[in-house]
Design a protein around this ligand. Structure first.
Ligand SMILES: [Zn+2]
Length: 285
C-alpha cells in the first residue's frame, strides 16, 4: 500500500486496513565505500519495509532520502541539509500524514547518523499538541552472530537454502572478530538481497574501511565531538571487506530484516497506550 500509488478514494480503506499506521523509511544520500550506492540506507530499508507490508499491511509514505549527514562535503553524491531544515521538514511531513488520517506514524530509520536527528525530532513533537504519535525504529545491522543463531533456531526450514559453506563463512566472521560497520558485511548483505544489480563486490577492497583511530583518545573516554566519524573513517566506510558475502546469505539477511519489521508493525498496531496517553496529556495543558 504505497501512498503515492493510491487513488484519492482509496485512502479511507487503506487507513482502516493499516489500522491508522503509516510508515516512512528514513535514509540519506551518503558515500558507502566504492562498492555500494549512495542511496544504500534508504534503498535497503525502503525495500524491506515494502516486503514487510505485504505480510503485515501498512501504508508506506515515500521514502525520506534526505537524512542527516552533517559535514560529509568531501564525497560526491552526498546531500547535506541543515539540522534545522530537517527538523522543520519532518515536522510538517508528519503533520500532513496525520491530517490525512494516519494517527500512528512509524519512522523506520536505515541510517545510523539519523538517530540523533530522529530522537531530537520525536522529542520536539511534545512541544505542541498533536493528535498523533510518532514511533521510531532503527533498522540496525543484523550481525553474523545473530544470523547464525536465527538460522540454527529455525524450526520451519525457512533458511533451508543456506549451505554449510555459508555457515562456515558467518562463523569465520565471528571467530576472527572481523569488523562490521558502515558499508560493511551486513549492509552489503542487505543491498545484495534487495538491489543486487547495484552492488560491486569487486570494489569492496578499493578503499580501506579501517579506522584511523584519530579520535580514539576521546571516544574511549566516552567523549564525543562532531568530527569523530569523518576523522576516523575518511572513506565513509567502516569494516573489513565484505567481498565474501553471497546471495544466499543476502537472502537470509533480508528475510530476517523483514521478520523484524513485521514484528515492529504488529507491535505498533497493537499499541493502545500511546495514543490514549497522548490524548490525556493534551488535556493537561
Ligand atoms: Zn548505510
Amino acid at each position: 500500500m504505497l501512498w503515492a500509488y493510491l487513488r484519492e478514494e482509496e485512502f479511507d480503506q487503506v487507513i482502516e486496513k493499516s489500522q491508522g499506521v503509516c510508515a516512512m523509511a528514513v535514509g540519506c544520500l551518503e558515500k558507502h565505500g566504492q562498492h555500494l550506492p549512495v542511496g544504500t540506507d534508504i534503498l535497503k530499508t525502503g525495500k524491506v519495509l515494502e516486503m514487510a507490508s505485504e505480510i503485515e499491511p501498512v501504508c508506506i509514505f515515500p521514502g525520506f532520502y534526505l537524512g542527516d549527514i552533517q559535514g560529509l562535503y568531501q564525497h560526491k553524491g552526498s546531500i547535506v541539509l541543515s539540522g534545522s531544515l530537517l527538523l522543520s521538514l519532518m515536522t510538517e511531513l508528519c503533520d500532513e500524514i496525520a491530517r490525512n488520517g494516519f494517527k500512528k506514524i512509524l519512522l523506520l530509520n536505515g541510517h545510523g547518523g539519523n538517530t540523533f536527528f530522529l530522537n531530537n525530532f520525536i522529542r520536539t513533537t511534545l512541544h505542541d499538541k498533536k493528535d498523533y504519535v510518532v514511533y521510531s525504529y532503527f533498522d540496525n545491522l543484523i550481525h553474523p552472530s545473530a544470523m547464525i543463531k536465527n538460522i540454527q533456531e529455525d524450526q520451519d526450514d525457512r533458511f533451508a537454502y543456506i549451505q554449510q559453506e555459508d555457515l562456515d563463512l558467518l562463523n569465520d566472521f565471528v571467530t576472527r572478530k572481523l569488523k562490521d560497520g558502515h558499508g560493511g558485511f551486513c549492509e552489503t548483505a542487505g543491498m545484495l538481497g534487495t538491489y543486487p544489480e547495484l552492488v560491486r563486490l569487486d570494489k569492496g577492497e578499493d578503499e580501506s574501511g579501517q579506522s584511523t583511530e584519530k579520535f580514539d583518545h576521546l571516544s574511549k573516554m566516552g567523549i564525543y565531538t562532531a568530527h569523530h566519524w569523518n576523522g576516523d573513517y575518511p572513506n565513509s566506510y567502516a569494516g573489513d571487506p565484505p567481498t565474501q558475502c553471497n546471495k544466499r546469505i543476502a537472502r537470509a539477511y533480508v528475510q530476517m530484516s523483514v521478520d523484524r519489521i513485521v514484528n515492529v508493525i504488529r507491535t505498533i498496531k497493537a499499541d493502545q497506550v500511546s495514543l490514549a496517553f497522548n490524548d490525556e496529556w493534551n488535556r493537561l495543558w
